[in-house]
Design a protein around this ligand. Structure first.
Ligand code: NIG
Ligand code: FE
Length: 408
């Protein structure tokens, strides 16, 4: 049994309802953070065993570790509930052209598909490992990873397998785009996805996702694919309303999806349907930043009572950032979120999008995934954009070393 008492925490963000009563302020979202000042946390065998004021902390034996947090802010590890980090090549040239005036289109995915198909397993592992290390250094302790750059039965199965090596949150995204060789017969590709490809990927994946968008999959094709995945026991997630309004959000809610992601172009009906559902709206600030699109309106969703998550969507095309603090800063600056709301969405919101209650919060029983900031307040995550504010990260109760990666 390995116990560690983390004490002298100036500000502890628990995301639990039982924080300092005085800290509650619904207008700024602070009441959601369950803040405890002058706090301590007891970690026991990878889990949180106790949380409270440092003065009330349980006694630990001399053989156990006591770590001082130097009065700093400690938050739950970020839950990045949307990424595509198993891929070959990059698309820096496409990004440069876009920043010189070209528009983003779903078709760019095909160039990463070509580079991924020719990469070896070890090439792909090396790329994924590098990104996981970046993520951990920036405070991400759980990451969801999608396939979707293989688009053959063998390559999709390979990407799912490589993702399973590093995370339990693996999503089969065979329906990312129609691959070039099926351009004239998209429904034949859908047949393949719901047939042989699903047979190969469903046993290892946890989720199924579809890019439901003009230029990718229609709502009818998406319904067919997602329903086939659900029938095989996969949870449903959807990419929708990224490039324009569409029927994807309503489809996601109809199918009881855990999350519908992007949500950049929502109709009033979409917002109302989401508000009446258990589907989380996952917003991806890096995408609009990197494609020069208008940002999604988080305020409109929050005011309607929708549960909002923030994720990186780390991928080589639309959002090549691995940084959740960056996403928080953008969400606060440009999407109408208060700093507390953005932090909640990047931790507890991500956990909700993955239907997990053991991560995204610092409460007894939860996994001991914690981040100590260099600052004494979480507000700095948005207030000091681009600054490396993550001082220490515990994953499953173990203090990460610089060279570590996330593996959950
Ligand atoms: O989430 N929207 C679809 N898929 C990715 C983009 C992938 C790419 O451009 O390679 C996304 O933005
Ligand atoms: Fe995505």
């Amino acid at each position: 049994m390995t116990r560690e008492l983390l004490t002298n925490i100036g500000q502890l963000v628990t995301n639990a309802s039982a924080g300092d009563a005085a800290a509650g302020d619904a207008a700024t979202g602070i009441d959601r953070l369950g803040i405890i000042s002058d706090a301590a946390v007891l970690i026991d065998d990878g889990r949180i065993a106790w949380v409270g004021q440092a003065t009330d902390a349980p006694a630990v034996s001399p053989a156990e570790t006591v770590t001082g947090a130097q009065g700093r802010c400690v938050i739950p590890g970020f839950v990045d509930s949307h990424s595509h980090i198993v891929f070959g090549g990059d698309r820096a040239a496409e990004f440069e052209a876009r920043m010189s005036g070209q528009k983003y289109s779903a078709g760019g995915i095909r160039s990463t598909v070509a580079a991924t198909r020719t990469a070896s397993d070890d090439d792909l592992r090396a790329r994924t490992s590098g990104l996981l290390a970046e993520m951990l250094a920036q405070g991400t302790t759980t990451v969801e990873i999608k396939s979707g750059y293989g688009l053959t039965v063998a390559d999709e199965a390979r990407l799912v397998r490589l993702a399973v090596e590093v995370t339990e949150e693996v999503t089969f995204l065979g329906a990312h785009v129609i691959p070039a060789e099926f351009a004239d017969r998209p429904d034949d590709y859908v047949d393949l996805v719901v047939g042989e490809m699903l047979d190969a990927c469903a046993p290892e994946a946890k989720w199924i996702d579809v890019f439901c968008e003009t230029g990718a999959f229609t709502v009818e094709q998406s319904r067919r694919i997602l329903s086939a995945g659900a029938a095989r026991g996969l949870g449903v997630r959807v990419h929708a309303s990224q490039l324009g309004p569409g029927d994807g959000v309503r489809l996601a809610v109809e199918l009881g999806a855990a999350s519908v992601d992007h949500c950049t172009f929502l109709t009033d009906e979409d917002v109302a349907v989401l508000a009446g559902s258990t589907t989380v709206a996952t917003l991806l600030p890096g995408v609009e930043f990197s494609t020069r699109q208008p940002y999604p309106d988080a305020r409109r969703l929050l005011d309607a009572g929708v549960t909002v998550a923030i994720a990186s969507d780390c991928n080589p095309g639309s959002s090549f950032t691995s940084s959740m603090p960056f996403c928080i800063a953008v969400a606060v600056r440009d999407m109408g979120m208060a700093p507390a709301e953005a932090l909640w969405s990047a931790t507890a919101g991500g956990a909700a999008a993955l239907r997990r209650d053991d991560i995204g919060r610092i409460e007894p029983g939860a996994k001991a995934d914690l981040v100590q900031l260099t600052a004494d307040s979480y507000v700095h995550l948005a207030y000091r954009p681009g600054v490396p504010l993550v001082e220490r990260v515990w994953k499953n109760g173990v203090l990460a070393r610089r060279e570590d990666e996330i593996r959950s």
